[in-house]
Design a protein around this ligand. Structure first.
Ligand code: SMG
Ligand code: MG
Length: 366
């Protein structure tokens, strides 16, 4: 299969409420959306980047340039026999994995449509629905936090993740745990601490957490291995696992007991599946993270989360947790058992609402 045309769009899709982490605040989804055309079909992908390099080094501006000047010229007209060929074609590009993942996702979607196969089936998914939770940003007060978490529990979410930072860690976690003794609870620090905080972080062991996500440096594995020895709660790595090789290092060093897999962070679904397989062989559970994606990127995440070793709930909430209106005509909705249903239509299953996508597009190429 040869790609005939590639369309790029930069969008701005406001969130219902701002999302605050240990280091920055997000007001809207600023993704770059990719649309591939071949053999009468089209495939969609999303690079879920932001305005600044706060989560990782990529932004909508770097992704735009990388796609336009490097990745599209590499892939356009290339002979692709299977979706995995895209990752192989991009192997000599250093970093820039979110940019790469947008084309990679779209290629899976396109191949799925051409073969009449769902993305979940192509990846080896084994579930018809995936367990999901909700990620709750830093709040102005504990009262506000209990209010927000209460709303999500009311909506049916059975797993909650709290964003933490120095000054907003032990007490908010304690308050949520006291109010909901049986809630599946975990925390995410987005790389704000150093190893010097080990004793402080060990206080989190009292709250029966599923995991503590990325407490230390965004590119650190070494100190996480040291920290893990001082905590009972499993560390989960997010930012610092950017490839299957990084996952292998972390597993061999004992730097984590859990891995958060975001296919966009690792360059696509093919490397994401490799990390899944490697963790499974090591007896380490994984779960699918989120980057506040539109219904396009969310469909890739849901399909990936249907693989067997995704045994912890994902940060893949329903569309209405993020947006008043999504870019797809079939937004994901929460089932009564805190799951999202895995699409069965050919490709990723996202039915893009072109008219609305046009409205929120702020820059376009092709
Ligand atoms: O997609 O619901 C979501 C957000 C999940 O907390 C979430 N993501 O570090 O895991 C993480 C953060 C990164 C995104 S912050 C913009
Ligand atoms: Mg995280």
């Amino acid at each position: 299969m040869r790609l005939e045309k590639i369309e790029l769009r930069r969008i701005v899709l406001p969130f219902l409420t701002p999302f605050e982490t240990s280091g920055w605040r997000e007001l809207a989804n600023h993704s770059v959306i990719v649309r591939l055309f071949a053999e009468g079909a089209e495939g969609w992908g999303e690079a879920p980047v932001s305005t600044g390099p706060w989560y990782n080094e990529e932004t909508y501006a770097t992704v735009w340039v990388m796609l336009r000047d490097i990745l599209i010229p590499l892939v356009l007209g290339a002979d692709l026999a299977q979706p995995e060929d895209v990752d192989a074609l991009f192997a000599r590009v250093r970093g820039n994995r979110m940019a790469r993942s947008a084309i990679e996702f779209a290629a899976w979607d396109l191949f799925g449509k051409l073969r009449g196969q769902s993305l979940s089936a192509m990846l080896g998914g084994t579930r018809a629905a995936v367990d999901v939770g909700v990620s709750v940003g830093v709040q102005p007060s504990i009262a506000a936090l209990l209010d927000v978490v209460g709303g999500y529990v009311q909506a049916g979410y059975r797993r909650v993740k709290l964003k933490i930072k120095p000054g907003w860690d032990i007490e908010p976690t304690r308050a949520v745990r006291e109010r909901w003794p049986d809630l599946r609870l975990q925390v995410d620090a987005n790389s704000i601490y150093t190893l010097a905080a080990a004793d402080h972080l060990a206080q989190l062991d009292a709250f029966d957490l599923l995991l503590i996500e990325q407490p230390l440096g965004h590119d650190d594995i070494f100190d996480h291995a040291k920290l893990q020895k001082r905590l009972r709660t499993p560390i989960c790595l997010d930012e610092s696992i950017v490839s299957p090789e990084h996952a292998r290092w972390a597993l061999e060093m004992g730097a984590c007991g859990v891995i958060n897999i975001k296919p966009s962070r690792v360059g696509g679904l093919a490397p994401a599946r490799q990390i899944h397989d490697m963790a499974q062989a090591a007896g380490v559970p994984v779960w699918c993270g989120g980057m506040l994606e539109t219904g396009i990127g969310r469909a890739a995440n849901v399909a990936l989360a249907s693989l067997p070793n995704f045994t912890l709930p994902g940060d893949i909430s329903a569309s209405n947790r993020y947006f008043a209106r999504d870019v797809v005509a079939n937004p994901f909705a929460l089932n009564a058992d805190s799951t999202l249903s895995v699409p069965t239509a050919p490709g990723c299953g996202a039915v893009v609402d072109l008219a609305y996508l046009d409205q929120i597009t702020v820059e376009r190429l092709m």
